[in-house]
Ligand binder design. Structure first.
Ligand SMILES: NC(=O)c1ccc[n+]([C@@H]2O[C@H](COP(=O)([O-])OP(=O)(O)OC[C@H]3O[C@@H](n4cnc5c(N)ncnc54)[C@H](O)[C@@H]3O)[C@@H](O)[C@H]2O)c1
Length: 358
């Protein structure tokens, strides 16, 4: 689930103040002001949508990537080739949000002219939550599709080698209500980070999350950390992860699977790949009719039967858009995440008083 229960140490922060400080931190790492603002804006957007795992909690990790691990804060993505519906972009070792946002913008622009466009990105790094990109398309009355590689943590079904990433996919469809359908998830039963939290607490993990190193199901967090993440839907999740990884890598020339890193050594910098597709509804169907029908699909879900005790049925993207609407004046974040940002800011000489006081 994208949403997290409110914890005892949680604090409410002003989104504007948070974004300004995170922007200054990324500028302090050497990014241009425009890139720093884009990266900070994308992380705060994830927090506002309740996707805390891909929000400002990532700041210390991103600072390390750009100041110690070799990601180029001043990397400028370039267009490698641009032929009709097919666009290839090289991120030149910039953060994934920089090349990825450029790629989706260009795909939307091209789909505006010819109906459909597909942008493949190589030479990139971690690119955050995929709904950041597909929502851009939905806002332009287009269907957005986006996927990326992630470090391989899954094995082929029945296998024991971590060679397949949980590689997330997002698909967004515009709706007349202004609340688009936004599917956005990875194909692992869990993320590696969640297992680490259970391990730190000394708790067993839920059944169905992981295999041990020999490929046997386990609830032992330590065995899971050294083991393999279970796919969703058995062989189907592995197949979907492979397909998204191949779409992210083989068209752009990016690294695939273990070429892009492993759990022991982390990511190989500057070899990641992603893909971004825009489908212009107006080239297929009357836009108003399409968007009203999307609302109809969503209404079907809302009015369909529910199991006893289930209060409400959701469509993908709905929980996030409700949280986004509720977060205009304040985002609830774990106190430890705020403390980490304050520490990162101070180390870079950024004025963090607006956040330290919240
Ligand atoms: N860049 C990367 O390398 C990378 C890797 C993995 C994941 N991610 C991102 O992490 C985020 C979280 O991924 P995840 O796999 O943990 O997703 P998740 O399991 O939290 O699922 C989120 C999706 O499920 C929908 N959803 C949740 N509850 C629902 C319900 N009750 N009814 C209907 N729909 C519901 C949400 O609206 C959303 O579309 C995503 O934004 C993803 O793009 C990024």
């Amino acid at each position: 689930m994208a949403i997290y229960p409110k914890g005892a140490g949680d604090r409410v922060v002003d989104p504007g103040a948070l974004e300004a400080i995170v922007t200054a931190i990324f500028a302090g790492c050497g990014m241009s002001d425009a890139d720093a603002a884009l990266l900070a804006g994308s992380l705060v957007a994830s927090d506002r949508r309740g996707i805390l795992s891909h929000g400002v909690m990532r700041v210390p990790d991103y600072v390390k990537k750009m100041t110690k691990d070799g990601v180029d804060p001043r990397g400028v993505p370039t267009v490698v080739s641009d032929r009709g519906a097919a666009i290839v972009i090289d991120g030149h070792n910039s953060m994934g949000q920089i090349g990825g946002t450029m790629a989706m913008r260009r795909a939307i622009e091209r789909a505006g002219e010819i109906g459909v466009a597909f942008a493949a990105v190589r030479g990139s790094n971690h690119c955050g939550a995929m709904d950041w990109y597909t929502l851009m398309a939905a806002e332009a009355d287009m269907i957005g599709i986006a996927g990326t590689n992630a470090i391989p943590t899954m094995a082929p079904w029945g296998g024991t080698d971590r060679i397949v990433g949980i590689n997330p996919l997002s698909i967004a469809m515009p709706a007349a209500s202004g609340k688009p359908f936004v599917l956005d998830f990875a194909f692992g039963a869990t993320a590696h980070g969640k297992i680490r939290i259970y391990h730190q607490k000394g708790s067993p993990i839920p059944e169905g999350w992981a295999f041990d190193a020999e490929g046997n199901p386990t609830t032992d967090a330590g065995a899971a950390l050294n083991g393999i993440i279970q796919p969703i839907g058995q062989h189907k999740g592995v197949g979907l992860g492979m397909a998204v990884g191949m779409l992210s890598s083989l068209l752009s020339g990016a690294g695939y699977g273990t070429e892009s890193g492993n759990m022991e050594d982390g990511a190989v910098v500057g070899v990641d790949g992603h893909f971004f597709m825009a489908i212009n509804v107006a080239f297929f169907e009357d836009v108003a009719r399409f968007k009203t029908r999307t609302d109809g699909v969503i209404a079907q879900v809302h009015t369909s039967g529910r199991r006893d005790g289930v209060e409400r049925l959701y469509v993908p993207g709905e929980i996030e858009s409700d949280l986004e609407a509720a977060s205009r004046d304040g985002i609830v974040l774990p106190g430890t995440a705020i403390d980490d940002i304050v520490a990162a800011g101070k180390a870079l000489g950024v004025d963090v008083t607006a956040l330290a006081g919240q």
